[in-house]
Design a protein around this ligand. Sequence first.
Ligand SMILES: Cc1cc2nc3c(=O)[nH]c(=O)nc-3n(C[C@H](O)[C@H](O)[C@H](O)COP(=O)(O)O)c2cc1C
Length: 205
Amino acid sequence: MKIDPNTFENFNRVLTGVVVPRPIAFVSSISPEGIVNLAPFSFFNAVSYSPPTIVFSAARHAGWKEKDTLANIEATGEFVVNIVSEDIAEAMNSTAAEFPAEVDEFEIAGLTALPSDTVKSPRVAESPVNMECRLNQIVTIGEGKSSHGLVIAEVVLLHIRDDVINGHRIDQQRLKPVGRLAGNMYCTTLDTYEMIRPTYKRDEV
Ligand SMILES: Cc1cc2nc3c(=O)[nH]c(=O)nc-3n(C[C@H](O)[C@H](O)[C@H](O)COP(=O)(O)O)c2cc1C
C-alpha cells in the first residue's frame, strides 16, 4: 500500500504511529505576567552538540485556544525541558488538557516548581533532568489553524539527579524515560539491547 499524505484522511495518525517511540519534552514556561505553564510535547529531539540544541514542535492552536507554551516562549525567549520518567508519567498526562492560560498546571499535576538558575521559567522538581533553554528561533511550518511552531533552542544549563549520572554515563534504568507511541500508548525502556557500531578503516596510501 502507498499513502499520499494529501489525500489520506487523518494522515497525522499514520505519521505519529510510525515515527515511534518519541521522547517527551515536558515544557515549563512563564508568561510576561508571571503565569507559569507546563505541557508535554512529543515532537521533540536533540539535534546538535555544539551549541547543544533541542527542538520541539507545537501546533499553534489547541482546540479553542492558542497554545500557551508557544505564546510564552515567543514573548520571553526561554523555557525548561523536563524529562518525563515513569514516576511522573501520569502527572505529565494530567497537564495536557486545554486549560485556560491562567491555570498553573504544576498545581493540576501536583508537581513542585523549583526556581531555575538562568531562566525565569521554573523547573519540575520531580523530573530527573531539567534543561534550561534559550530560544534560538521559531520556524513556522504550515499555515493558518493547523500551523506548527518548530522551536529551536540552546540548552544553557542541565540539572540531573545525582544517582542518574556516573561520569559521562547516564543510567537508563534509573532515568526510566517514557516514550510516546501512537494516540494514548506509551512505552518504557525496560527491554534494551546492545549493538556495536562498525568502523571503517581507510587504507593508508
Ligand atoms: C504525551 C503528549 C505529547 C504531546 N505532544 C504534542 C506535540 O508534540 N505538539 C503539540 O502541539 N501538542 C502535543 N501534545 C498536546 C499538548 O500537550 C496540549 O495541546 C497542551 O494543552 C498544550 O498546552 P499549552 O496550551 O499550555 O501549551 C501532546 C500531549 C501529550 C499527552
